[in-house]
Design a protein around this ligand. Structure first.
Ligand code: PLP
Length: 406
C-alpha cells in the first residue's frame, strides 16, 4: 500500500515552514528533496567511510571503492540494463549528453550530417548539438509538437534521411509533461541504422524505464531529480556505441599507461570517467535508487497519476489559468500562465508567500518557449510525496495571485 503520509515522514524538509506556512514543494522538476536514508548515506560517507576510490590499498579506500562501484549495478537494475559495464557515471544529464557529443558525435559527424531533435528539448540536449552545428557544420532538424504538446513519433521517423546520424530526444518534457513514445522511434531508427540518445532526466523519476525494451543507444539520467544528491548521475551506453567512442576528458583513472610519448586507456566504462568522481554523491544516488525501487516505480507512477488528475480537474475549473500541454498520458508537470499581464516571476513570488514553491522562467527550453509563443511560465511539478491537499494549497495561492493581478 502506498501510504503517502508515511512516505512524507522520510523527507525531513517536508515538515518545515516557509514564510510561516507549511512548505508545499512543487519544484521537483528542477530538483527533488532527499529522503533521510540518502542524507544518512551522505553523512556516513563523509563521517565514517571516506577516502578516494580506485587508488589506495588501504581499508577506507577499498570500502569507498566497493560502495561506489556497487552503484553501477544499482543503476543498471534501475534502468533494466543487462550489463553494469554499460553504465558510465556522470555529474548529471548535462555531462552525459556532452560526453556523447564530444566522444561519439564530434569525431564521426561531417558537415551536412543531421541530428534530429524535438522542439521540447532542454538546453542540455540542445546546446551540445549547437556546438556541432557551429564547429562542424552539422545540421539540426527540429520536430514540432502538436497543439496538445504531443509528439507524433511518425514525424520523428519521417525526419530521418540519408544524412541523419543521431536522434537526440527527451523521454518526458520538463515543461509540458509530455511522454514521448521513444520505443516506436527507436525501433524505426534501428531499422535505418540511426542511433538514439534519450534524455531521461524527467522520465525515470515518474515511471518505470527499461532501456533494453526501449531499444535506445544512450540513456542519460541525473541524480538530484531522482531524490539523490546533486552532482550524481549516469548515462547508459549500449556496448557497441561505447566501442565507437573516444575518451572525452583526460586525466587520472581513465588510463591504462601513460608515458612521455604514448598513452593507453582503461576499458569502458572507466575510459570515460576521468579524475576523482563524486564518490559520496554516487553512493547517495545508489541509496536513492534503492529507495525508489523499494517503493516501486509502478506505485509511484500510479500515485502521481492520481494527484495529477486531481490537479488537472482543479486547474480546469480556473478559466483565467492557461495550462500548456494536454497530451494523453501527460506526467504530473503543469506549466501555466495567468490571463492578463502578470509575469511568471511575480506569480511565483506570490505563491512563495503562501509556502508554495514552483519554478518560473523559460525552464531551459528556449525552442519550446518560441514554439509556444511565451517568454516564461510558472511550473508546478509533482513528486512521489505530493498530495491532493497540496494541490488545494496551490489553487488557493493561485486564486490569490489572480485577485491581486486581475
Ligand atoms: N534534461 C531535462 C529534461 C531536464 O529537465 C534537466 C534539468 O532540469 C536536464 C536535462 C539537465 O539536468 P542536469 O542539470 O542535472 O544535468
Amino acid at each position: 500500500m502506498y501510504d503517502v503520509s508515511e512516505i512524507r515522514r522520510d523527507f525531513p524538509i517536508l515538515s518545515r515552514e516557509v514564510n510561516g506556512k507549511p512548505l508545499v514543494y512543487l519544484d521537483n522538476g528542477a530538483s527533488a528533496q532527499k529522503p533521510q536514508v540518502v542524507i544518512d548515506a551522505v553523512t556516513r560517507g563523509y563521517a565514517e567511510e571516506y577516502a578516494n576510490v580506485h587508488r589506495g590499498l588501504h581499508f577506507l579506500s577499498n570500502l569507498a571503492t566497493e560502495k561506489y562501484e556497487a552503484v553501477r549495478g544499482t543503476v543498471a537494475r534501475f534502468l533494466g540494463a543487462r550489463d553494469e559495464e554499460e553504465v558510465v557515471f556522470t555529474s548529471g544529464t548535462t555531462e552525459g549528453i556532452n560526453l556523447v557529443a564530444y566522444s561519439w558525435a564530434m569525431p564521426r559527424l561531417e558537415p551536412g550530417d543531421e541530428i534530429i531533435l524535438s522542439v521540447m528539448e532542454h538546453h542540455a540536449n540542445v546546446v551540445p548539438w549547437h556546438f556541432l552545428r557551429e564547429r562542424q557544420g552539422v545540421v539540426i532538424r527540429w520536430v514540432d509538437v502538436d497543439a496538445t504538446g504531443a509528439l507524433d513519433p511518425q514525424q520523428v521517423i519521417d525526419a530521418i534521411g540519408p544524412k541523419t546520424k543521431l536522434i537526440a530526444i527527451t523521454h518526458l518534457s520538463n515543461v509540458l509533461g509530455t511522454v514521448v513514445d521513444v520505443k516506436t522511434i527507436c525501433a524505426a531508427a534501428r531499422e535505418r541504422g540511426v542511433p538514439v540518445l534519450i534524455d531521461g532526466s524527467q522520465s525515470v523519476v515518474h515511471m518505470p524505464v527499461n532501456v533494453e525494451e526501449i531499444g535506445c543507444d544512450f540513456y542519460a539520467i541525473t541524480g538530484h531529480k531522482l531524490y539523490g544528491p546533486s552532482g550524481s548521475g549516469a548515462i547508459w551506453i549500449r556496448r557497441e556505441r561505447m566501442d565507437e567512442m573516444r575518451p572525452f576528458m583526460g586525466g587520472g583513472d581513465m588510463i591504462r599507461e601513460v608515458h612521455k610519448d604514448s598513452v593507453t586507456y582503461a576499458e569502458p566504462p572507466m575510459k570515460f570517467e576521468a579524475g576523482t568522481p563524486g564518490i559520496v554523491q554516487q553512493i547517495g544516488l545508489g541509496v536513492a535508487l534503492d529507495y525508489l525501487m523499494d517503493l516501486g516505480m509502478e506505485n509511484i507512477a500510479a500515485h502521481e497519476a492520481s494527484v495529477a488528475s486531481y490537479a488537472k480537474a482543479r486547474m480546469d475549473g480556473l478559466n483565467w489559468l492557461q495550462v500548456q500541454g494536454n497530451a494523453p498520458g501527460k506526467a504530473a508537470i503543469f506549466s501555466f500562465t495567468l490571463e492578463g499581464s502578470a509575469h511568471a516571476h511575480d506569480i511565483s513570488t506570490i505563491l512563495d508567500k503562501k509556502g508554495v514553491a514552483v519554478r518560473a522562467g523559460h525552464h531551459c527550453a528556449g525552442p519550446l518557449m518560441d514554439h509556444l509563443g511565451v517568454s516564461a511560465t510558472c511550473r508546478a511539478s509533482f513528486g512521489l510525496y505530493n498530495t491532493e491537499q497540496e494541490v488545494d494549497a496551490l489553487i488557493d495561492a493561485l486564486e490569490l495571485a489572480h485577485e491581486l493581478f486581475a
